[in-house]
Design a protein around this ligand. Sequence first.
Ligand code: MG
Length: 451
Amino acid sequence: MSELFGTNGVRGIVNEDMNTDLALRLGKAIGTWIGKNKTVAVGTDTRVSNQMLKNAVSSALMATGNDVIDLGEVPTPAIQYYTRKNTDLGIAITASHNPPEFNGIKCINGDGTELIGDMEEEIEELYFSKNFELVEWNEVGQRTSDDPLELYKKAIKKKIDIKAIKEDEPKVVIDCANGAGCCLSPYLLRELGCDVVSLNAQPDGSFPGHESEPTKENLKDLIRLTKETDADLGIAHDGDADRAIFIDENGEFIHGDKILTLIAKEMVQEKGGGTVVTPVSSSSSVEDVVRENGGNLIYTAVGSPIVARVMKKEEAIFGGEENGGLIFADHQYCRDAAMTASKIVEMIVKEDRLSSLLEDLPDYILKKRGVECPDDLKVRLLEEVKKEFEDEDYDDTDGLKIYYDEGWVLIRPSGTEPKYRVYCEAQDEEKAEMLVSEHQDRVREILKELR
Ligand code: MG
């Protein structure tokens, strides 16, 4: 695994591991990697340290002979859309859902997708070798600014039946978590024809409303307000507004896998078939609805940049993960919260209330547990796990997924913590609990023998 890049770019605590020296050096590595005379769009979420890191990265890009377009505080998918349309590369300064003391730097390819694998390795090599190519004084790049939001909103509006929404005028409560969604989602929803109540809609990198991860715990105010205002829908974003989580008209928190399944079904029905891409950790309900409606499903390793990459290669129509990060191929190949929110609004006005739409979906019980495992034992543990279950029906796309008659179990190392994750899905609570505890114990046993 990469030393510098995690599953979502480079992240760390500000002025500790994520500091101006790193930003400057990484900026030079990125600038050297793309070569001079290119244009790079740089945008941020609402974190306190954004100006500091943005200026360091931008200076380094200009030193390597590249022009910078400053996009300001905007959702990550808006930076991605702008990059695909206008520039050679994009950079998002964000730590997404992490606590306020964190920040991060994420690279976006010229096609709007996030960089992965070998491209990150090449940048990392330059970062460590310091083989930077700084240009002559008269070739230094310049910085201008632009607003990507009108272009981005226009792209979403083109895909949505605004007339139907305007006629119905649904009441929607939007919780922006004081993050990058503040400058976009309340306005977009109003322009689509919704009656909008906004919450935590002032940009503030100390996240005074609640932490920027859209969990049920963090969304108590949204849940209450959705009920109290008799709204048709509650919507929440994470800090950089690439993920959307929903509250139904009864004030019930809806898990991300339900929305993933619901929109997968909708997209396959709309297009009369097509391919849907999702990681091996997703609920079987996605596969069920896609196949039932004549579509095809491809499983990948966990991580939205991988899902996006496979979608592009396989010409898939839709993809996503259970955390509320959904990708619409005819819009752009990255997670897009505003697009997801707009699609759900369209569906509730044209079809039925959200709770009724969800009632028709297959119902499985998904469980997730952890097993502490030091990073240096992760590879050996996986080898042993594979030996242990080699006689079973399995898939080793990411970790090991084992299929049983009563459900499936996925055992995989965490990409960000010293942990193994044990996921399991079955048709009822009892079977799910049995499968997950049994496998959690077996992984612990195997690990004990390795120590
Ligand atoms: Mg995010």
